[in-house]
Design a binder for this molecule. Structure first.
Ligand SMILES: Cc1ncc(COP(=O)(O)O)c(C=O)c1O
Length: 382
């Protein structure tokens, strides 16, 4: 059976040449070859996290799902945590904080919104002192991004509070600027805008996060952030890593930095310019999706300023979401249903990773056909 092209909000399409990297012969994880493989990653991870010149932050890779790194990030901070909740994954971050024994204060807004910076500042001032704030930069469940620079501006007024950031559907789709945005621990799975098979997370920790983490007790072992960062830096991971995925990650990062998938005017860019061009291409795809929704009389869940660079969450309007998804699948493309409370009330298009604007337009043309068929079949719904 032919596979559908994935436009779900992750995992995303993986290029065949990247999948082929996973088929390389196995090597020992304590071998020189493994050290060399790990060393290929760091310069590109620094670009992915947007580290400033002379940054003292530490990058790492860990074999686990991104949820594991939510937990890991929390194990390195003190007992009181403020969790910004605006969707299913930020809710999960808060739940994990409770599960690992933190005293949690939640600042919650409905899906489709992001926490206001006034409310963040007030909570930090009046409900603290806090040891850390958790933030999901791009709520994949609702297609909402929280502006990182605005969060940073507030956090700079509270220099002792650690900022823990989920970058899962954000990294490689938009600029992270880890130092400029005053992050302390940030992480992402590789199955979204990095366009890789799932199974690894990439992470970045500030020097002060690591120093502070050393004072925290009961950090566990497999998810101890110190073990993860030091294991990566010493090229001696605490447990056997997913070596095949390291090969895929190394090639994909090198390809992104070499501008291999860039198109049109961006062709030929390399290094940091290639990463910036990749972000611009994601923005182009958002615009294409927005124009499509408007043409079809459909509304985004989020207001324009908060729309995700990688995931469009569109309200169902007069459409039957299950029928829409099924109809498009017959045409060889797969989009996502709404997540959690938004299931069957919205649908999500993941326009990220190595997808191009041209390919997106082709998919949306097919979606037009399906929408048209559904509206003809149920004209009274309009
Ligand atoms: C924003 C966000 N955070 C966390 C996760 C969880 O990732 P994982 O399934 O790799 O644990 C997801 C998955 O979609 C996500 O979108």
């Amino acid at each position: 059976m032919a596979k559908n092209i994935l436009w779900i909000p992750g995992p995303t399409e993986v290029r065949p040449e990247i999948l082929a990297e996973c088929a390389r012969p196995m090597i020992g994880h304590r071998s020189k070859a493994m050290t060399a493989l790990t060393e290929r990653l760091d310069p590109h991870l620094k670009l992915a996290f947007g580290l400033a010149q002379g940054s003292t932050a530490h990058v790492a890779v860990h074999t686990c799902a991104a949820t594991g790194m939510m937990e890991s990030s929390l194990r390195g901070v003190g007992p009181k945590v403020l969790c910004l909740v605006n969707g299913s994954f930020s809710k999960r971050f808060a739940e994990i904080a409770e599960q690992v024994g933190k005293t949690v204060v939640k600042l919650s807004v409905p899906m489709g919104q992001s926490v206001s910076m006034n409310d963040l500042e007030t909570a930090l001032r009046e409900k603290g002192p806090f040891d850390a704030v958790t933030l999901v930069s791009n709520e994949t469940s609702a297609g909402v991004r929280t502006p990182l620079a605005e969060v940073a501006a507030v956090m700079k007024k509270f220099p002792d509070v650690m900022l823990l950031v989920d970058l899962v559907s954000y990294i490689a789709g938009a600029p992270v600027d880890f130092d400029a945005n005053r992050m302390d621990f940030a992480f992402a799975g590789i199955q979204k805008a990095l366009a890789l098979p799932p199974g690894l997370t990439v992470a970045c920790a500030s020097q002060r996060y690591l120093e502070n983490a050393k004072n925290q007790k009961l950090r566990g072992f497999y998810l101890d952030p110190i073990n993860i960062i030091e294991g990566h830096e010493q090229r001696a991971t605490p447990a056997t890593p997913a070596i095949s995925l390291y090969y895929a990650l190394a090639k994909q990062l090198e390809d992104i930095s070499a501008g291999v998938m860039l198109y049109d005017a961006n062709k030929g860019k390399t290094g940091a310019a290639a990463w910036r061009a990749r972000f611009d291409e994601h923005l182009t795809m958002v615009k294409t999706c927005e124009a499509w929704a408007e043409r079809q009389g459909l509304k985004y869940l989020a207001v324009p300023a908060l729309r995700s660079p990688t995931v469009s969450c569109i309200e169902k309007g007069d459409l039957d979401v299950a029928a829409l998804i099924a109809g498009l699948k017959e045409k060889g493309h797969e989009i996502g249903n709404g997540y959690g409370d938004l299931k069957d009330k919205s649908f999500r298009i993941g326009h990220m990773g190595d997808h191009t604007n041209t390919r997106l337009k082709e998919m949306l043309a097919q979606l037009d056909v399906v929408v048209d068929q559904l509206r003809r079949a149920a004209p009274q719904a309009r």
